[in-house]
Write a protein that binds this ligand. Structure first.
Ligand code: SAM
Length: 197
């Protein structure tokens, strides 16, 4: 299979500690935004998928508060990052861990909420296309926080915002893009979609 991410390798080479990826206050903000934006507070029986969870802190926040509403929470990341998630999430038995190389195994499920924060901009376009076509297309709600500026860490050639917007518009009737200015990362944008076509 084509290796769809070159990002993991760069993180790995730099030996970035996952805890330093986002500060806890950033994860606090992500959690609040998810509570305020998605149907997590209203609907039961959620099957959530999160791409690029780093150490699993956001998953821990969500599953701790909404355990009775979550049937399953799938995490996709590199195996060594998933090992860190497993250690941090030992007490929960409704989590599925899927390594990037096994991503095809998740595409038959219907997810209620797709989450990916500060990850997709750093993956390759072919990986993103796979995610749009096979996972986002099967999700009921989409919550993506990302930096749409062009930077050396990103594989986005300046067109990522349009690419993501167009992909979401093809799949959903309701797509909103909001500025992240009131949150800690000034260049981050929130892409939210629901009402699948
Ligand atoms: C910048 S960190 C963001 C972590 C966390 N979501 C946050 O907001 O702090 C990017 C995460 O995506 C993961 N990642 C990189 N390439 C990936 C890929 N192709 N598929 C899934 N996860 C990937 C990295 O291992 C890391 O956990």
């Amino acid at each position: 299979m084509e290796k769809r991410s070159n990002t993991w390798e760069s993180w790995h080479r730099k030996k970035v500690e996952p805890r330093k990826v986002s500060r806890i206050c950033d994860i606090d903000e992500q959690f609040t935004m998810i509570e305020n934006t998605t149907s997590i507070q209203e609907k039961p029986n959620h099957c959530i998928i999160e791409i690029g969870p780093a150490d699993g802190t956001l998953c821990k926040y969500i599953i701790t508060k909404y355990d009775n509403r979550i049937d399953n929470y799938t995490l996709i990341d590199d195996v060594s990052m998933l090992d860190i998630c497993k250690n941090n999430l030992l007490e929960f038995d409704n989590i599925t861990y899927v390594s990037i190389d096994d991503i095809e195994t998740v595409n038959t499920e219907l997810y209620t909420i797709f989450i990916s924060n500060h990850c997709l901009a750093e993956t390759t376009q072919s990986y993103r296309k796979y995610i749009y076509d096979n996972i986002i297309s099967k999700s009921q709600e989409v919550f993506i926080l990302d930096d749409t500026s062009t930077g050396k860490h990103f594989n986005t050639d300046g067109n990522y915002k349009n690419e993501l917007t167009e992909s979401l518009n093809k799949l959903f009737d309701n797509v909103t893009i909001s500025d992240g200015h009131k949150y800690s990362m000034k260049t981050q944008k929130l892409f939210y979609a629901n009402n699948r076509k």
